[in-house]
Design a protein around this ligand. Structure first.
Ligand SMILES: [Zn+2]
Length: 85
């Protein structure tokens, strides 16, 4: 079902749920309910570069959290600080 993307403002389909993987509570639901597939794909391109550049190990919870934090900043804007902690 199409949603109104909070990032680009377009009405579009959400990303495929199986591609949205977050361990941060609520983050996955938030992405699936307010980010379109196109914006999420843009993030995926950046994510791959970030993983390579910073040599992130996604099995490492600390690296994983760092990447998820960057994802949320990118998708929702850094000024949204509701999920601090
Ligand atoms: Zn969008």
């Amino acid at each position: 079902m199409p949603l109104a993307c909070s990032r680009c403002g377009h009405t579009a389909e959400p990303p495929p749920p199986k591609r949205v993987v977050f361990t941060t509570p609520g983050a996955r639901d938030r992405v699936l309910s307010s980010i379109c597939a196109e914006c999420f794909e843009q993030w995926e391109g950046i994510e791959i570069r970030a993983i390579n550049e910073y040599h992130l190990n996604l099995v490492d919870p600390e690296d994983r959290r760092q990447l998820e934090s960057a994802a949320l900043d990118y998708l929702f804007g850094a000024e949204d600080d509701q999920s601090a902690g």
